[in-house]
Ligand binder design. Structure first.
Ligand code: VGL
Length: 181
């Protein structure tokens, strides 16, 4: 039996409309993500968890600061189904785009110990944390799917999301829709 793991990247208030670094329609993927949780053997998530002062905020507005509401999951996410939350960007010098940079637990070791064969990645945002996480997963040898209707892009430039999808695909990720899981 193939062991499927769903990895939900940074579905936090600050990345949703009304948050400090809102991704357009970031909240629209919450419903579809809730619906695919039951199709996977294991559900885990990452959270951006920054200190109040970090070099990361030289580039971005202050967001996802530990202890603030902005760092919490979107309230409609079925977070009770999430088995573990990997925290990243926790230092004052690291961006922590990839979930594989988590500092509270080693994601690669966790996936290997959990005998995960296949990783399904979704969440925010396509062109930053999703992309970085997917590239790291591929480099570590995991068969990695990107769930295209369960991601949204920041789009600093309008085609950043499209470019990120192409790059992930070129590096070996498989793009699928949630109904195919
Ligand atoms: C993210 C920009 C800055 C993300 C995090 O979660 O994709 N994007 N920090």
């Amino acid at each position: 039996m193939t062991k499927k793991c769903l990895l939900i990247v940074d579905l936090q208030n600050d990345f949703c409309p009304g948050g400090a670094l809102p991704v357009k329609d970031g909240d629209k993927i919450v419903g579809p993500i809730n619906r695919i949780m039951n199709k996977c053997d294991l559900v885990i998530a990452s959270k951006d968890m920054h200190p109040a002062k970090t070099v990361h905020f030289d580039r971005w507005p202050v967001h996802c600061v530990r202890g603030t509401n902005g760092s919490e999951f979107h309230p409609e996410l079925s977070s009770e189904k999430i088995g573990f939350v990997f925290e990243k960007g926790t230092g004052n010098k690291d961006d922590g785009y990839s979930a594989f940079e988590a500092t509270n637990k080693n994601l690669e070791e966790f996936l290997k110990e959990s005998k995960v064969d296949v990783l399904y990645v979704c969440g925010l945002a396509t062109d930053y944390c999703v992309k970085a996480t997917v590239i790291d997963a591929l480099q570590r040898g995991f068969k990695t799917f990107v769930v295209t209707d369960c991601i949204k892009a920041v789009n600093v430039n309008p085609d950043d999301g499209e470019k990120a999808l192409r790059e992930m695909k070129d590096r070996g990720a498989i793009l699928i829709e949630s109904k195919e899981i």
